[in-house]
Ligand binder design. Structure first.
Ligand code: FAD
Length: 464
């Protein structure tokens, strides 16, 4: 539809909604279309910054009626930039930030513009927390709908395992509720199926008593990767569920608390989080130390939200990001050798993380939610990151080559939240045996594929 033909409908929409309707000529436009990954530069036709559910319904109806490609923006952290769309409509939820904690029921209701920092802040006041990711500026919407894993995952499962209900505005503009009892097919699909089924306007999560944790890094020189990763593989397979440690390769940041003498050193290491008995911690970390002499270690007690913010400064918005991931069932000796070959990072913020998804995650069957890889032990991400756009190719090539060397050792598919736009085969691989059922639910709730700016599950109608 031409810009002139849209003029009157846009004016009517602006009158109808409580939030702002932002167009390319508006001064707020560039700020509003800026997302976390600076590699993404998309120019929408229209951004509706929704103030409430009524605005979301109006925006969905507007996009459908006028045939606009429509994207959903939560926290804007999606690596592939799927929060935005060129020449289309962006339903921006970032202003919807209400939170209500019910401490007695150990539950929290969260609006879709919240970041995980907002949620941690609200629940920590009651000594409670739920499962989320390792950076507090990430949005609740994208992380939850993709699955969600973080420091509490081995003990309490994925974020979707803690999702109790959701409110969803469907493609036809209706608001429906989804839970184990109400629209259970939709609830099944929302738990891992991404933004394919509608705009979620409210998430309710189960909370757990987590107030302080013992956490922090152990770093070794990169040469110690093979020995320490082999130890990590064996140790994790029998570790108690209240102990979590993700394996990483990185460069030591040139900032506190790291001694100047090791700034810029390439390292491998573990980021620990203990929620259990404090006396177990020393024994476990000592057995890691016995494998190789650490270059640096700083493990101590801290409020859970402090751990959640630990990486925020290192990874501010506005850097270039290119990442690739895969699920990993087994860390074979050959895979470990490949990690040793590629582990040296090309820029100071680039990194590889192996996030454990064992423990409580394995207690849910693969067909109980849309998340398929319940038998994998790690979700791996190789992230090329740098502030300088001139290094875009360097970080992209490194991530691709590293991933290529590991892919044959992986379980076959990736966590959808660690994918760029990688094509339909990769989306199918992410869902494995759950893909056909996701297609059925998609066909029931969005037969025209209105919500296709995502890691798209195609309806059986053939609409693209
Ligand atoms: C620095 C960094 C660290 C990360 N760490 C972790 C981690 O520890 N664990 C983890 O699991 N993931 C992690 N991720 C990945 C993260 O889960 C994804 O990037 C996720 O897409 C971010 O969600 P968002 O709401 O911020 O994204 P957005 O870019 O706003 O949204 C992404 C997509 O999600 C969908 N969506 C978002 N909100 C809604 C909604 N309310 N209704 C319907 N669809 C919606 C849309 O399809 C949208 O395109 C990390 C990402 C970054 C950049």
């Amino acid at each position: 539809m031409s810009s002139a033909a849209l003029r009157e409908p846009i004016e009517a929409l602006t009158e109808a909604v409580r939030g702002d309707v932002i167009e390319p000529d508006d001064t707020a436009f560039d700020d509003t279309r800026t997302i976390y990954n600076a590699m993404i530069d998309k120019h929408p036709r229209l951004i509706v910054q929704c103030a409430n559910v009524a605005d979301v319904i109006a925006a969905v109806n507007f996009g459908r009626k006028h045939g606009l490609e429509t994207a959903i923006r939560g926290g804007g952290h999606n690596g592939a930039g799927l929060a935005l769309v060129n020449d289309g409509l962006v339903i921006d939820l970032s202003a919807m930030t209400g939170i209500r904690v019910d401490a007695d029921a150990k539950a929290v209701r969260v609006e879709p513009g919240c970041t995980w920092g907002d949620v941690d802040h609200a629940t920590h006041a009651f000594g409670l927390a739920t499962v989320s990711g390792v950076i507090s500026t990430t949005g609740v919407g994208g992380l939850t709908l993709g699955g969600g894993h973080g420091y509490l995952t081995r003990k309490y499962g994925l974020t979707i395992d803690n999702l109790q209900r959701a409110d969803v505005v469907l493609a036809d503009g209706r608001l429906v509720h989804a839970s184990a009892k109400t629209n259970p097919d939709l609830f099944w699909a929302l738990r891992g199926g991404g933004g394919n089924f509608g705009v979620v306007t409210s998430f309710e999560y189960q909370l757990h008593p987590v107030e302080t944790v013992v956490a922090g890094p152990t770093f070794w020189p990169i040469d110690a990767l093979e020995d320490t990763m082999r130890w990590y593989r064996e140790w994790l397979s029998a570790a108690p569920e209240d102990v979590y440690a993700f394996y990483l390769t990185a460069e030591v940041p040139a900032s506190d608390p790291f001694p100047e003498a090791i700034h810029g050193e390439n390292v491998c290491g573990l980021l620990w989080c203990f929620t259990g008995a404090a006396d177990e911690i020393d024994t476990i970390t000592q057995s890691a130390r016995d494998i190789a002499e650490p270059l640096f270690e700083a493990i101590g007690e801290m409020p859970y939200p402090a751990l959640q913010c630990m990486f925020d400064e290192l990874y501010p918005p506005g850097d270039q990001w290119y990442w690739k991931g895969d699920f990993v069932r087994e860390l074979t000796d050959d895979a470990i050798a490949a990690h040793q070959r590629f582990g040296e990072v090309p820029t100071s913020q680039s990194t590889m993380h192996l996030y454990p998804i064992s423990g409580a995650v394995h207690r849910t069957r693969a067909d109980e939610t849309a998340w398929n890889y319940r038998d994998a032990n790690w979700s791996m991400v190789i992230a090329g990151v740098d502030a300088d756009p001139a290094n875009r190719e360097t970080i992209t090539d490194w991530a691709r080559e590293y991933w290529q060397a590991l892919h044959d050792h992986s379980a076959g598919g990736s966590y959808i939240n660690f994918m760029m736009e990688e094509g339909h085969d990769r989306i199918r691989a992410a869902y494995g045996d759950n893909y056909e059922r996701l297609q059925e639910v998609k066909t029931r709730y969005d037969p025209e594929n209105f919500f296709h700016v995502n890691q798209n599950v195609e309806p059986t109608t053939g609409a693209v």
